[in-house]
Design a protein. Structure first.
Length: 110
């Protein structure tokens, strides 16, 4: 991952609602959740939710798919893992045996 992509991803997460949305999507797995359910669960108005989902999508952290008239959002685990790897690649000056276990998601993407 290049530094510009890392900055974009981190800036995408640097807002309370967006971080809550992303964490919810990570919990829901690769099948995702309908946009309306995200808004209901997190009590975010539709117009505000649309803006935040757009920001997370632009940052490459989430994916969207349409099923009939419903939009489903899911975490982009590949991007999340790239960001985590980028942030920890030089952990403990490269002596990873001194670091705690790496945090990588093992959820398979569909």
């Amino acid at each position: 991952m290049k530094i510009n992509a890392a900055v974009l991803a981190l800036s995408g997460l640097a807002q309370e609602h967006r971080l809550e949305i992303f964490r919810l999507l990570v919990q829901k797995g690769p099948e995702g959740i309908p946009a309306g359910k995200i808004g209901e669960k997190l009590k975010i108005p539709h117009s505000t939710l649309s803006f935040h989902l757009g920001q997370l999508k632009h940052a490459g952290l989430i994916d969207c798919r349409r099923e009939s008239r419903t939009l489903f959002y899911s975490a982009n685990y590949s991007s999340m893992n790239e960001l985590m790897s980028y942030l920890t690649e030089n952990c403990c000056e490269g002596n990873t045996e001194n670091c705690e276990a790496s945090v990588a998601c093992t959820v398979e993407e569909k």
